[in-house]
Design a protein around this ligand. Structure first.
Ligand code: AKG
Length: 280
């Protein structure tokens, strides 16, 4: 197990996260890059039940994503419990108690030009609430051409867009309650930000922040390990349609119900140097 100080969150980064809905904590998890790369190889060798992958002969390269494997891949669980990610998430949200929603990995191999559609994470999920943050940990360098783009401040725009499948770009069935997301062409370019990232940096963003990535050809590999974190205000929501992750175990819950702790554990927060404060 890797130990060490939890990542330091300075007040500038915290304010940036609150204002923009996205920020970067540099070199937050550098010591975890090699162990997570190795764990991801085992995940690729043995995908979970929800993994998706492009198999179309017309599309070059390989796009792979998978989630909800943290309790079967020991390094993923170690990261969740012992990396200080929980403390970082709690500090970003200004909460005392933090729980894991799930982890999610993305792999684009050499030659892939599979973009990620503009989306917010929240409408994919069977949860709702304001205390949400993803910690996105690149396992390869990510330049501006291949990085994740964000619409700054969109977490505060008070609108959610219809989710689309990452693999096909097609809308989730039955989600006519929401309008389709805007395209790059229709977005206000002055609000788009993309951060260059090194392996081990932590890109942190709100589940409501609009983001996507371009279909630039990948040179080498582009791997990322993400963990999604939620505070106590986050509850189950019945979206009346397929969600991602699907969580069939939650069938029977009703909107507003608390989430079961065995699936979404509270993670004890280690003493931390982060500067925290109540979230507005
Ligand atoms: O890596 C990407 O291109 C997309 C990642 C993403 O959409 C996410 O983590 O929510």
């Amino acid at each position: 197990m890797i130990t060490g100080d939890p990542p330091h969150l300075d007040s500038e980064t915290l304010n940036e996260f609150r204002r923009s809905g996205v920020a970067v904590v540099r070199r937050a998890f550098t010591g975890w890059v090699e162990p997570l790369r190795a764990a991801l190889e085992s995940n690729l060798a043995e995908p979970g039940p929800w993994a998706t992958e492009n198999t179309s002969a017309e599309e070059p390269g390989r796009f792979f994503d998978d989630y909800c494997n943290w309790n079967r891949i020991p390094t993923y669980e170690d990261f969740v419990r012992h990396s200080g990610a929980a403390a970082l998430a709690a500090a970003l949200l200004g909460v005392d108690r933090i729980r894991l929603f799930h982890e999610h990995v993305f792999v684009k191999e050499n030659g892939t030009r599979h973009g990620t559609p503009w989306h917010q994470d929240l409408p994919y999920y069977c949860v709702d609430g304001r205390q949400t943050v993803t910690i996105y940990l690149p396992l390869d360098p990510m330049g501006r051409e291949t990085g994740v783009e964000f619409l700054v401040g969109s977490h505060r725009d008070d609108r959610l867009y219809r989710p689309a499948k990452f693999l096909t770009g097609k809308s989730y069935p039955g989600r006519t309650d929401l309008a389709p997301p805007p395209s790059t062409e229709t977005l206000d370019r002055s609000r788009i930000v993309v951060h260059e990232l090194e392996p081990g940096d932590a890109l942190v963003f709100d589940f409501r922040t609009l983001h996507g990535s371009p279909s630039t050809v990948i040179e080498g590999r582009r791997r990322a390990f993400t963990t999604r974190w939620i505070g106590a205000d986050v509850r189950y929501v019945d979206r009346g349609a397929e969600t991602s992750p699907p969580y069939p175990e939650l069938n029977g819950l009703r909107t507003g119900d608390p989430l079961p702790e065995d699936l979404f554990p509270f993670i004890p927060i280690q003493p931390d140097r982060a500067e925290t404060g109540a979230r507005d």
